[in-house]
Design a protein around this ligand. Structure first.
Ligand SMILES: Nc1ncnc2c1ncn2[C@@H]1O[C@H](COP(=O)(O)OP(=O)(O)OP(=O)(O)O)[C@@H](O)[C@H]1O
Length: 454
């Protein structure tokens, strides 16, 4: 099924006729108009992917002024519009002028059919990636406004002050950053904060869960593909690297990329370009790269697991987030912060935390780190009846982690398995939703499902 809506604007009916005949075999909808004054109304009413625009309309005109004026008008109405110019002869100067004003490409009349089709196909791809990027940017702006203010990250421990300092210094540079830390320590939050303090805050922040990409689709997801590149490639696809153009690309769980695919990533990063599957044409990349992993530094330095040349590429700056148990000073402010936040969310008068509870929670090992703390507080706020939260509102109280660790480990496993089963059942085996409800990433839920044979 041919795709793409094309509008051709030319005062010469013969040109319109010839273009229609040629292009209808290759694209979805071809509309033509001979009067440039109608262009604005047409594009307000319909959405066109590509506009083919003649540069001179009145007889004898050859300055291109009319074409340039229409071009500006079109781009004002639709900043993502992709305009290809038709020039009566090879007027390079005019073409350059128009491209500086925002035209995507030009074709000279009389045109060569193959070149015309190839130019418009490329223009259609450009339109798709512009729309995709614009949509992401919009979404990102919304997100930034709604959830990410500077006060989002809590931490007063010396370890976190060091992290904040590293963010402040590295963010405005374009250096590649690698964030290390156990699950739930706040790696994604740090990545977003880096983006916020970078020179690209209004651009896209795109997170990709590398653990969730199937190896078969690895290249296509990251680098894109052209239609027909493989059986299921029904449409051209912009890969994540190109979709994040001008913004930040956050490759989460990078430690989960299998060794044989790491080299593909390395090549792209070294050349700073990607080659979409099914094409041989490299496309430049312009992204700020942030990666994160829960692998320990020792595991990362093991070359049978992670390519060391790739490691050097991605870790120009390394930020290590210590587990919560190693920065106990952060526990009280985090507890306060989330208690207030959840009381507000559920419309309760603000509850207090009993001092004995705080002391107790500072001794807990928090294997799920801040994410676990956040969920434990939410649960306590919802279930507690009084105005003061006490140890009985936290289930961890019953499972003394250190003293009875051995005996409790298997009991905790049972509890965890049952909780996972319940969540999967409640969410009809939708792993993403179940993971969210449990406060786990998809990857860690999969890992646990494997462990319990679910
Ligand atoms: N310093 C912090 N202050 C406030 N909230 C935090 C902090 N660190 C983490 N959180 C919260 O804890 C949860 C987990 O954080 P985040 O997703 O950034 O962790 P992560 O290290 O990327 O986890 P994973 O490796 O499992 O993907 C989020 O809800 C986040 O808002």
């Amino acid at each position: 099924m041919p795709e793409g809506r094309i509008l051709i604007v030319d005062d010469d009916e013969d040109v319109l006729q010839a273009a229609r005949l040629l292009l209808k075999r290759h694209f979805g909808v071809i509309q033509t108009v001979s009067d440039p004054a109608q262009v604005a109304t047409l594009i307000r009413k319909n959405s066109f992917d590509v506009l083919v625009l003649d540069m001179n309309f009145t007889l004898g005109a050859d300055t291109g002024a009319e074409g340039l004026a229409t071009l500006s008008q079109v781009l004002e109405l639709d900043p993502q519009a992709v305009v290809v110019l038709l020039t009566a002869y090879s007027d390079v100067e005019l073409a350059v002028k128009a491209m500086k004003k925002g035209a995507a490409d030009f074709v000279t009349k009389p045109w060569d059919n193959d070149r015309m089709v190839a130019t418009l196909t490329a223009a259609l791809n450009l339109r798709r990636s512009r729309l995709e990027t614009a949509e992401l940017r919009e979404r990102n702006r919304g997100l930034a406004a709604a959830t990410h203010t500077s006060s989002d990250m809590i931490g007063t421990s010396p370890a976190m002050l060091k992290v904040f300092d590293a963010i402040r210094r590295a963010a405005p540079t374009d250096a590649n950053i690698l964030i290390l830390g156990e699950n739930g320590t706040g790696k994604e939050l740090v990545a977003r904060e880096i983006h916020r303090q970078s020179q690209r805050p209004g651009e896209v922040f795109l997170r990709v869960d590398m653990g969730a990409i199937s190896p078969q689709l690895f290249e296509s997801e990251l680098f894109g593909h052209c239609r027909g590149a493989f059986t299921d490639a029904k449409q051209n696809r912009t890969g994540y690297f190109r979709a994040a153009t001008a913004g930040t690309l956050f490759l989460d769980e990078i430690g989960n990329v299998p060794l044989y695919l790491q080299s593909k990533l390395l090549t792209a990063l070294e050349r700073r370009e990607v080659v979409p599957v099914g094409t041989e044409k490299p496309e430049p990349m312009d992204v700020r790269l942030i990666c994160a992993t829960n692998l320990s530094p020792a595991q990362l330095n093991d070359e049978s697991r992670f390519r060391q040349d790739l490691l050097y590429r991605i870790n120009t700056v390394e930020i290590r987030l210590p587990p919560l148990r190693d920065r106990k000073d952060d526990i009280p402010p985090l507890l306060e912060h989330y208690t207030t936040a959840y009381c507000r969310k559920y419309n309760f008068p603000t509850k207090r935390l009993a001092p004995a509870l705080i002391a107790r929670l500072m001794e807990w090992t928090w294997p799920g780190n801040v994410r676990e703390l956040r969920h434990a507080v939410e649960r306590a706020v919802v279930l507690s009846e009084g105005e003061v939260l006490t140890t009985s509102d936290f289930p961890l109280e019953k499972a003394e982690p250190r003293k009875e660790a051995m005996r409790d480990a298997s009991r905790l496993d049972d509890i965890e398995k049952a909780a996972i089963e319940r969540a999967l059942e409640r969410h009809k085996n939708n792993v993403s939703k179940a993971a969210e409800a449990l406060g786990l990433t998809r990857t860690s839920l999969y890992r646990r499902m494997e462990k319990y044979g679910l």
